[in-house]
Ligand binder design. Structure first.
Ligand code: NAD
Length: 283
């Protein structure tokens, strides 16, 4: 019997939605290092092409940037045709496009005596359009690519999907009710689709990153003036037993594991990659 490795991934085609973002770029680098052919699907085509050519150069890998909007069925169909023509049938999918919006973020953590007279800073000041936006991007933006980009997997009776959840899916984080709710929906959908696909040979799992400094949360965790941690940034680090933010590369291992045949009997799970955050009660 061969020893366990990620060799089965070499030569397979993986689509990564939101592929030119901070976290997905690191996931793409992990996959490139084991010989996966990668399509970075992103609404920002120029950035996707730039990141693709950088990874291709750095790893001697086959990586292309493709325009795609995870909320637009026709754009996804067109992206699939382009990927099939350039790389071949799709075996692996990472649903990486996602994020929060300031429109669905409260200014304060709790209502108390100091802010009860300023409802615009609390739940009462949130713009419902922010909820639509965040639920669409994270939840529908995971459902739709799972529908359009998995047909080759169905034909070939084999495939794997990794969704990107978050720590806020288990217990909501203060200030971001829409993002927390949308990520909770992703955990639920991961289980639903895993069961629905279980007899097709397609496995469906997720990773739940803890805290990583990226473009979407920089405004919340860093102090604009000093460049140090904001009070929220400090709170995160003190509630993460490893005492630091994660590096995007820390997500590579769990992702490769879930995509590889090494995890052949694993479907419907969510793996926290969080420096111990979810294990810690704060005391
Ligand atoms: P990012 O903002 O760096 O990248 C997101 C990418 O998605 C961008 O390249 C953007 O152009 C693309 N995108 C946006 N809308 C799109 C659409 N409609 N169709 C296609 N592409 C679209 O994000 P990130 O911080 O690297 O996060 C990646 C994933 O990880 C997200 O799902 C995010 O919710 C999740 N996550 C991030 C953290 C964190 O600490 N940053 C923690 C937990 C989970």
């Amino acid at each position: 019997m061969e020893s366990i490795s990620f060799k089965d991934l070499a030569g397979k085609v993986c689509v990564i939605t939101g592929g030119s973002g901070v976290i997905c770029r690191a996931l793409a680098e992990g996959l490139a290092s084991v010989g996966v052919k990668i399509a970075l699907l992103d609404i920002d085509k120029e950035k996707a092409e730039k990141v693709a050519s950088e990874i291709a150069n750095d790893y001697g890998a086959t990586v292309i940037g493709v325009y795609g909007n995870v909320l637009d069925r026709e754009a996804l169909e067109a992206a699939k045709s382009e990927i099939n023509a350039k790389l071949g049938p799709i075996s692996l999918l990472i649903n990486g496009a996602g994020g929060n919006s300031p429109l669905a973020t409260t200014k304060v953590e709790q209502i108390d005596e100091s802010n009860v007279a300023a409802p615009e800073d609390t739940f009462f000041g949130l713009d419902p359009a922010g909820f639509d936006k965040v639920f669409a991007l994270n939840f529908k933006g995971t459902v739709l690519p799972s529908m359009i980009l998995t047909r080759d997997m169905l034909d070939r009776k084999k495939g794997a999907i990794v969704n990107i959840s978050s720590m806020n899916s288990y217990r909501p984080l203060t200030k971001i009710p829409a993002y927390s709710g949308a990520k909770a929906a992703i955990n639920n959908f991961t289980q639903w689709l895993a069961v629905h696909f279980a007899k097709t040979g397609i496995r469906v799992n997720a990773i739940a990153p803890g805290f990583f400094i990226t473009d979407q949360n920089r405004f919340l965790v860093l102090d604009k003036e000093t460049g140090g941690y904001s009070p929220r940034g400090n709170k995160i680090v003190s509630n993460t037993p490893m005492g630091k933010f994660g590096e995007p590369q820390d997500l590579q291992g769990a992702t490769l594991f879930l995509l590889s045949d090494v995890a052949a009997f694993i479907t419907g799970i969510v793996i926290p990659v969080d420096g111990g955050f979810s294990a810690y009660s704060g005391v």
